[in-house]
Design a protein around this ligand. Structure first.
Ligand code: UDP
Ligand code: MG
Length: 311
């Protein structure tokens, strides 16, 4: 088969309500671009009949490719599998829930022709149902931007287009805890963005639970910043310094002023709890980093396939 000009990677988790519309709109965009293409659906072990729908499309349409996971590996890994297996000279990544308008792929592709290797879609506004999620996203992106050593663009998800050279480099990055938008920023090249208004999810339930989002946020922070570790060290120094002053004070008042009045319960409680808290927090921070080292060292495959029609 000859190389398609563009591959579209679509991670799928319980999206049967959105797949028909998505497919229709993607087809229309591809028609408009009039270039050779493949649509790579990565089924992250959906619990609904998403994979049946995709396979149906695949029998009628040879541009439709599917990768079917043996279990739920998560969105980042689904995209990673798509990146590893797709063939396109350009590769676009898009969510299946129509929050990212497929029509924008046209603009992303045209912008790329101006000489960029990466064009990402930046959210001018977002219409998520939950305000809490909105605030959480906003704060997370800003914290990450502050503490990471590289410039990760604010308010951007994985909706973007990449040139083949970028995809090849991404495929060489073996880390288990993927934070693709960070990795792409780390790679460099000529990157730019276009802005869009992010819609609300068209139908179905979000596949990203708060737990999954929290894990992604931790992966992002631990992969791109040592700041939390440094904070633990700094806290250690501050506490050490304060304790030193208090030790001197206690010794001086005991040795020179023979002050043996019992200081009481509150001061002891405060210092014990404060120290205990700081210690546990620091151990937790170190633990987060160590557990990630451990999964990387194990070198398990990132995903397991049940079925695919790609080679
Ligand atoms: N998704 C996935 N695996 C998961 C969760 C989500 O492949 O475990 C897919 C989902 O089908 C969608 C995309 O990832 O295409 C983004 O998910 P979602 O819309 O739930 O995320 P949000 O918009 O809340 O960031
Ligand atoms: Mg969504």
């Amino acid at each position: 088969m000859q190389t398609p000009a563009i591959s579209i990677i679509i991670p799928i988790y319980n999206e049967s309500l959105n797949i028909p519309t998505l497919y229709g709109r993607l087809k229309a965009v591809m028609e408009k671009l009039s270039i050779s293409y493949e649509l790579v659906f990565v089924n992250d072990c959906s619990k609904d009949n998403s994979i049946l729908l995709i396979k149906q499309f695949a029998t009628q349409d040879k541009q439709v490719k599917y990768i079917d996971f043996s279990r739920n590996f998560g969105h980042q890994i689904a995209v990673t599998a798509g990146l590893a297996m797709c063939k396109g000279e350009a590769v676009a990544i898009i969510d299946a829930d129509l929050q990212d308008p497929p029509e924008l792929i046209f603009d992303l592709y045209t912008k790329m022709q101006e000489g960029y290797e990466v064009v990402y879609a930046k959210r001018r506004s977002r219409k998520d149902k939950s305000i809490l999620k909105k605030i959480a996203y906003k704060t997370f992106y800003r914290i990450l931007a502050r503490i990471s050593q590289i410039d990760i663009p604010l308010d951007t998800g994985d909706f973007r287009i990449l040139k083949r050279c970028v995809v090849d480099e991404l495929n060489r990055m073996p880390e288990q805890h993927k934070f693709l938008r960070g990795q792409i920023a780390w790679l460099g090249f000529n990157q730019t963005y276009i802005e869009y208004d992010r819609d609300a999810r068209a139908a179905g339930e979000p596949g990203y639970s708060y737990r999954k989002l929290f894990r992604l946020a931790l992966d992002g922070i631990t992969s791109f910043s040592n700041m939390p570790l440094r904070v633990a060290t700094i806290m250690g120094f501050i506490v050490f310094f304060i304790s030193l002053l208090l030790i001197i004070y206690t010794l001086v008042s005991f040795l020179f002023f023979h002050d043996t009045t019992p200081r009481g319960w509150s001061s002891i409680m405060i210092s014990v709890l404060f120290l205990g808290g700081i210690q546990l927090l620091s151990i937790g921070i170190i633990g987060e980093y160590i557990s990630r080292i451990q999964t990387d060292v194990r070198k398990r495959p990132l995903y397991v396939l049940r079925d695919t029609n790609m080679d």
